[in-house]
Design a protein around this ligand. Structure first.
Ligand SMILES: [Zn+2]
Ligand SMILES: [Zn+2]
Length: 109
């Protein structure tokens, strides 16, 4: 067991390259980024909702507003128990910039 990193809400510098996969979820395509958090070194996974730009109601809640070439951001979502952590938070608090998924995954179908 490695020592557990303290929870810290902080942007991690640089862009992290994660492994992207696409999963079809009842007709909607979900993009999954999986990799190792560079701050706490835990494996983590983050799924992004369908990349359709418009949602008829509810706006962009939980979705990426403007899919494009910019890095995608996520907070750390690892399963480890980093302290001192707010009750509703997950991961180690790191804010990560992810290299965007390959065009083959985001290209329309
Ligand atoms: Zn962690
Ligand atoms: Zn982390």
């Amino acid at each position: 067991m490695s020592p557990v990193t303290e929870y810290r809400r902080e942007r991690s510098p640089g862009v992290v390259t994660f492994q992207w996969t696409a999963e079809d979820n009842e007709g909607d395509r979900e993009l999954i980024a999986a990799g190792t958090c560079p701050v706490c070194q835990c494996p983590m996974r983050r799924s992004f909702g369908p990349v359709q730009p418009l949602v008829s109601k509810g706006g962009f809640l939980g979705r990426r507003q403007d899919p494009g070439p910019e890095p995608w951001t996520t907070s750390c979502r690892c399963e480890s128990y980093h302290q001192p952590r707010p009750a509703n938070a997950r991961g180690c608090g790191a804010l990560l910039s992810l290299a965007p998924p390959p065009a083959s995954l985001t290209g329309g179908s």
